[in-house]
Design a protein around this ligand. Structure first.
Ligand SMILES: NC(=O)c1ccc[n+]([C@@H]2O[C@H](COP(=O)([O-])OP(=O)(O)OC[C@H]3O[C@@H](n4cnc5c(N)ncnc54)[C@H](O)[C@@H]3O)[C@@H](O)[C@H]2O)c1
Length: 445
C-alpha cells in the first residue's frame, strides 16, 4: 500500500443506502467509480437495481441513479460482506441513534461494522461518515474491525473519518459544494481519503490532524446551532414578556456584522441538532450551555401550549390542530419533530391533537398518536386552536375561514401573515412576536 494508490481503479462499497448513503453512492458512480451499495433493507436494494430512488424529494437523485444503472457503474446488494470483499474503499453511513433516555444506540452500526470486517480485504480504506462520538472510529470500530478481520487499522488497512454535513432537500448540491472535513488514523489514510473525495465529490477539502478532530468538528457544528437557537428562543420569550416584536429585533441587531442571532421557534427537530449534543453530554460535557440549550429548545413546545392556554383557558377536551408533522417545512422527516412533543403535551392536558401534513399519510399520523385532519373538511369546524409547527409551502396560502370556531393561531415559525388570521376574528400569536402589528421595518438609505 502506498500514497500513489490510483483512485481511478477503485471499487467503492457504500454501506447504508439511506437518505445520505444513496446520494453518495450515486455521485461516486457518476464521478468515475464502480459502486456497490449494501443495505439490509431489500426494498432499498431492489429500487436501486431497478434504476429508481426510494428516497423522495431529493433534487437530482433519481436521475443520477437511473444514469448510473444505465452506465453499469452502480449496483446494490443485501450482502454487505460480499460488497466489501469486492471493494478497495468502503464508506460507512449507517446511523447511530439515541434512545428515549438519550443514550447512544449502536446496534445498527455495530452489526454493519462486524459484517464489513468479515469481507474486508487487506490494504482497503474504510471511511466512516456517520456522526460519531469522538474516539469511536478508532477505539470502537477500529478495534471491532481488527478483532473480526485480523487486519490492524493503520497498518494492514487504512482508516479515515469524514462527517456528513448536508441539509435534506439539497443533498446533491451540498455534497458537491460543502467542504469535506477529513481525519485519518495516520497520514496515509487521510491522504488516501482526500484523494478519493477530490475525485468522487469534487468538493473543497479540509484536512484535520486526527480522527477525533473530525468527529468533534461535526458535533461542534450541531452544538453551535442548538445553543444559538436556544439563545434566540430565550430572547424571544423575554421579548414576549416586554411585548417587543422579535423579527424586528433580529433585523435590527443582525445589521451589526458580529451579531448572528438565529430565528426563534417552537422547537428543534430532525436527526442531527437535537441528537448529537448528547454525544458530548454523555461523554462528560454535562453542565453548562450544552445540556441547558437542549432543555430550552425542548421546552418551547410547552411554552407555545401555555400561550394557547392563556388565551383560551384550560385545554381539557379542546381540539387543537398541529400543522406539520415533519420537523421542518417541505421535508418529509418526522425524527425528533416538535410535533411529537406537542402531541404528548396536549394529551397530558386532556386536549385532542389533530395533525395535518401533506407529506404524510393518515396512517403515519395515527402512528404518532394523533388524529389526521383533511383541510377544508367538516372536521375543521371543531378546531379550537391551530399551531403552525412546520411551515410547508402550502400553509402560506391557508384559508383560516375554514376554522370558524378557532380562537387562536400559534405561529410556531413566525411565518404566517397576521392580518390573514385576525380578520377572521382569530387571535394571532408568534414566538417573540406579540408586538407584530404589520409595522414595515426597512433600513434607511
Ligand atoms: N439525514 C440527514 O439529513 C443527515 C445529515 C447529516 C449527516 N447525517 C448522517 O448520516 C447518517 C445516516 O443518515 P441517513 O439519513 O442516511 O439515515 P437513513 O435512516 O435514511 O438510512 C440508513 C440506512 O442504513 C441502513 N442500515 C441499517 N443497518 C444496516 C446494516 N447493519 N447494514 C447495512 N445497512 C444498514 C438502513 O436500512 C437505511 O437504509 C446519520 O446517522 C448521520 O450521521 C444525516
Amino acid at each position: 500500500m502506498d500514497d500513489s494508490h490510483n483512485p481511478a481503479a477503485s471499487t467503492v462499497a457504500v454501506i447504508g443506502l439511506g437518505k445520505i448513503g444513496l446520494p453518495l453512492a450515486a455521485l461516486f458512480a457518476r464521478n468515475g467509480y464502480h459502486v456497490i451499495g449494501a443495505d439490509i433493507d431489500p426494498t432499498a436494494v431492489a429500487a436501486v437495481n431497478q434504476g429508481t430512488s426510494h428516497i423522495d424529494n431529493e433534487p437530482g437523485l433519481a436521475n443520477l441513479i437511473t444514469a448510473a444503472r444505465h452506465a453499469n457503474t452502480l449496483a446494490a446488494t443485501t450482502n454487505t460482506a460480499e460488497a466489501v470483499a469486492q471493494a478497495d474503499i468502503i464508506v460507512v453511513i449507517v446511523p447511530v441513534l439515541t434512545d428515549d433516555q438519550n443514550k447512544i444506540d449502536y446496534r445498527s452500526i455495530d452489526q454493519a461494522v462486524k459484517t464489513i470486517a468479515q469481507g474486508l480485504q487487506k490494504d482497503s480504506l474504510v471511511i466512516f461518515e456517520t456522526t460519531l462520538p469522538p474516539g469511536d472510529t478508532e477505539n470502537r470500530f477500529g478495534k471491532m474491525i481488527e478483532e473480526t478481520s485480523g487486519w490492524q487499522p493503520g497498518k494492514d488497512v487504512d482508516l479515515a473519518y469524514s462527517p456528513e454535513r448536508v441539509y435534506a432537500n439539497q443533498i446533491i448540491h451540498d455534497l458537491e459544494h460543502y467542504p469535506k472535513v477529513i481525519g485519518g488514523i495516520n497520514d496515509r489514510s487521510r491522504k488516501r481519503a482526500a484523494a478519493f473525495y477530490q475525485k468522487a465529490l469534487g468538493c473543497p477539502l479540509i484536512d484535520v490532524r486526527s480522527l477525533e478532530t473530525a468527529e468533534f468538528a461535526k458535533i461542534a457544528e450541531c452544538v453551535y446551532r442548538d445553543v444559538n437557537i436556544a439563545l434566540a428562543n430565550e430572547l424571544a420569550m423575554f421579548a414576549d414578556r416586554l411585548d417587543v416584536h422579535m423579527p424586528e429585533v433580529l433585523q435590527a441587531s443582525n445589521s451589526q456584522p458580529y451579531a448572528h442571532i438565529h430565528s426563534p421557534g417552537i422547537g428543534v427537530g430532525g436527526h442531527c441538532i437535537p441528537v448529537y449534543p448528547y454525544f458530548f453530554i454523555n461523554q462528560g460535557l454535562n453542565t453548562g450551555l450544552v445540556p441547558l440549550s437542549r432543555q430550552v429548545n425542548d421546552g418551547m413546545a410547552n411554552y407555545a401550549i401555555n400561550k394557547i392556554e392563556k388565551q383560551i383557558g384550560a385545554l381539557d377536551d379542546k381540539t387543537i390542530l398541529i400543522l406539520g408533522l415533519s420537523y421542518r417545512g417541505d421535508v418529509k422527516e418526522p425524527a425528533k419533530s416538535t410535533a411529537l412533543l406537542l402531541i404528548e403535551e396536549l394529551k397530558n392536558k386532556g386536549a385532542h391533537p389533530f395533525v395535518h401534513d401533506p407529506l404524510f399519510s393518515d396512517e403515519d399520523i395515527l402512528n404518532c398518536e394523533a388524529t389526521p385532519l383533511t383541510l377544508n373538511s367538516q372536521a375543521c369546524a371543531d378546531i379550537d386552536g391551530v399551531i403552525l409547527q412546520a411551515f410547508h409551502k402550502q400553509y402560506s396560502e391557508l384559508d383560516f375561514s375554514q376554522f370558524p370556531n378557532c380562537q387562536i393561531v400559534l405561529d410556531g415559525r413566525n411565518q404566517l401573515n397576521k392580518q390573514d388570521i385576525t380578520r377572521h376574528g382569530i387571535t394571532y400569536a408568534g414566538i417573540g412576536n406579540t408586538g407584530g402589528d404589520g409595522f414595515d421595518t426597512h433600513p434607511y438609505g
